[in-house]
Design a protein around this ligand. Structure first.
Ligand code: ADP
Length: 395
């Protein structure tokens, strides 16, 4: 069985075709700048990379182009589209409607649309991707996997905000979290790697990418996570603000007559590491600046480390202990120095990092020393595989 996994952004379409026999990725790629003049597709088959410059005004043209590459006479990986058994879509926001992946039908589409307000860029794009696949492959079974679904096990005391409760009952304002598909993969991997007796553990996963969050997972269920109503809350991120005193926002708005939508833009795109350093939103650039003595970059990394460590400390209390801390995503898998600094902060909990083992990037590795009271791991995430497995199960 071959499954096509689709992850649509507002101007991008990422995909993987996975053979579920051995979970091998047959081909993958990314269509970028959809809607612009210079849109292009990077398509990879094994180690070979093909760049296709194609003007795609919309996601429908983008998906058609992707399907043409998959069936291409010269480097295609399937003969025709009948070989694709089903399509799995990544959906960012499923609200309170979905606590697991589901087969897509009209009712599911209606509910995904109802969640657009909570994730306008992401859910709007996902709908475009679903519609485009419907046109290109009529009748093909499709599955939706939600980033919020894994977080639906959070208890009320952890997902409600201390605001008048009618805002929850009337508008469903609460913490939803994000990166749930990544948390499912990493926590299951940790349980597989370590588990000899089928015992579930108390795990904190740090998904540190461009967007970043942490989750506390006990007995396979999320008990708390750092992101909130939208992906702007929680830890300081590359460009996003994370949690701050709410009055800072209203004070800034009053001082400079900033409109709500402009404030959202400022807190989403000009804050976090970029806001403090003025250098870049890319962690590699910030690290380079810091090692060159740039004081703002040094400060920004200190702040970042502090925020991550604070959430881990909070989860220590919530779960009454932690067995494993796992790092994943771009920064978590690759930034050796950041992992080391976070673990240094956690010495108080008996965390001891093995600096030699920590000298790794993007590989599944135990990076704590034998004497560490909490095991620390790097586990590269694989959200596409989770979506493909769910899709296989449902069709
Ligand atoms: P997204 O949330 O967009 O999926 P990623 O998980 O790719 O983001 O994370 C992007 C961040 O990871 C960037 O800040 C980048 O600097 C950092 N990163 C990615 N790859 C590396 C690497 N090889 N070495 C160091 N940092 C990396």
């Amino acid at each position: 069985m071959k499954i096509l996994v689709i992850n649509c952004g507002s101007s991008s379409l990422k995909y993987q075709l996975i053979d579920m026999k051995d979970e091998e990725v047959l081909a993958k790629g990314n269509f970028e700048k959809i809607g612009l003049e210079d849109s292009f597709l990077t398509h990879k088959v094994k180690e070979k990379k093909y760049t296709i410059n194609k003007k795609a005004d919309n996601h429908e043209i983008a998906i058609k182009t992707v399907l043409q590459q998959l069936t291409n006479k010269e480097y295609g990986v399937i003969n025709n589209l009948d070989e694709i058994s089903a399509v799995g879509h990544r959906i960012v926001q499923g609200g309170e409607f979905f606590d697991k992946s589901v087969l897509i039908n009209d009712d599911v589409i209606k509910k995904i649309k109802l969640c657009i307000e909570l994730a306008p860029l992401h859910n709007g794009a996902a709908i475009k991707g679903i519609e485009a696949c419907k046109v290109a492959m009529p009748g093909k079974p499709m599955v939706a996997t939600f980033d919020t679904a894994f977080h639906q096990t959070m208890p009320k005391e952890n997902y409600l905000y201390p605001i008048p409760l009618r805002f929850y009952s009337e508008y469903k304002i609460r913490k939803y979290g994000a990166h749930g598909t990544s948390y499912r993969y990493v926590s299951q991997r940790i349980n597989e790697i370590m588990d000899k007796q089928g015992k579930e553990r108390k795990i904190v996963v740090c998904h540190l990418g461009q967007g970043a969050s942490l989750a506390a997972i006990q007995d396979g269920k999320v008990v708390d996570t750092s992101m909130g109503l939208t992906p702007m809350g929680g830890i300081m991120m590359c460009q996003r603000v994370g949690d701050i005193d709410p009055s800072v926002i209203t004070y800034m708005m009053e001082k400079e007559n900033i409109l709500p939508r402009d404030m959202v833009e400022l807190l989403n795109k000009q804050s976090g590491l970029l806001g403090v350093t003025g250098v870049s939103s890319d962690f590699r650039e910030i690290e380079k600046a810091a090692s060159g003595g740039d004081e703002k970059a040094i400060l920004a990394i200190k702040m970042y480390v502090e925020k991550v460590a604070e959430f881990i400390a909070k989860y220590m209390v919530i779960m009454q202990g932690i067995d494993v801390i796992a790092f994943t995503a771009g920064i978590g898998e690759n930034q050796i120095g950041v992992r080391e600094k976070i673990c240094e902060k956690l010495k108080v909990f008996g965390v001891q990092i093995d600096k030699v083992a920590n000298n790794c990037r993007g590989e599944e590795t135990k990076i704590s020393s034998e004497n560490s009271q909490i095991e620390v791991w790097v586990v590269p995430t694989n959200e596409e595989l989770v979506i493909a497995r769910d899709t296989k199960k449902l069709v």
